[in-house]
Design a protein around this ligand. Sequence first.
Ligand code: PLP
Ligand code: COI
Length: 355
Amino acid sequence: MDIKVTLTDNPKQKFTDEGTLGFGRIFTDHMFTMEYEEGKGWFNPQITPYHNFTLDPATVVFHYGQEIFEGLKAYKDENGAVRLFRADKNFARLNSSCDRLCMARINEEDALMALEKLLEIEKDWIPTSLGTSLYIRPFMFGTDVRLGVSASTKYTFAIILSPSGPYYNNGLIPVSIYVEDEYVRAAPGGTGSAKAGGNYAASILAGQKAKEKGYSQVLWLDATRQYVEEVGAMNIFFVIDGKLVTPKLNGSILPGITRDSVITLAKDLGIPVEEKQIAISEIEEAHSKGILNECFGTGTAAVISPVGELFYKGKKMIINDNKMGDKAQLLYNKLTDIQYKGLGDKFGWSKTLNI
Ligand code: PLP
Ligand code: COI
């Protein structure tokens, strides 16, 4: 793929304090875009100054939500080495999302190459302190101009970059989560396992109501309201009587790359792990017996976020005295050592870029 590069002649002022970055609020100087047309394939790959899109009001994405995205991070260590963590998995998942939303698949190697080229240009935007990184947001949307409901024949694929701090303002301080027993995020046969913008639109109301009650996010149950699925922007893990348990992939939860990494790391550390259907009643029971040792969420943005309280049907379950548990801390250390420094990476997950 031959990428045309046009550099900005008006670079933005870079951040000066990594401690105040927040999540996804500022964007770098450049972006990658390419276009797709049925019969022609992907064309016009470009890196350009960060810019607005100009779209006709009848563009299909505005009406029928044909949009998918990914989230991954680039890390820089103190020696200036830039690393990506399992980026191939993100582009593979983007293609699975494409399949579910009837969108045009990308060439995963080309997308990775485009990202590396963009990172080469933007490497000075990567923050270095622990907990900060360059958040990468690849996304795609349908650009046909018409109001009929069917798959678009044209798409735009883009990558933007955002220097970011922790997803939750409090970093590793445990979050409180509301177990949602009214609204449902996804159901069998739906789009829950795709990273589609529409899934997030459908989740906002419950998230907003939970926030009004003082909770950071919701823990979704399945369509029967019996089994635990995942949190708004992360997969969920419990430590019950020393065993790490997480809902098995059932087609309606997102197959998280951090989830997969945590399962692999835990097994490697000799921690027993089980992926299974978990009833919320089982969590209540474990809590009342005093064997719900820990709970935490995993995600690219959230990394490993301890959960200190689950609120379900009027009852508060305080977990591990509202403190980060030993297993969550151990897994956080192992994961971030690999992500930031490539340290202890037996799995070949961390790729140092030659930039
Ligand atoms: N579940 C949802 C709904 C998410 O938005 C995310 C974030 O990407 C995850 C889980 C975690 O996935 P990953 O670890 O691949 O970032
Ligand atoms: C990520 O962790 O990359 C996500 O996409 C979560 C996002 C919804 C903020």
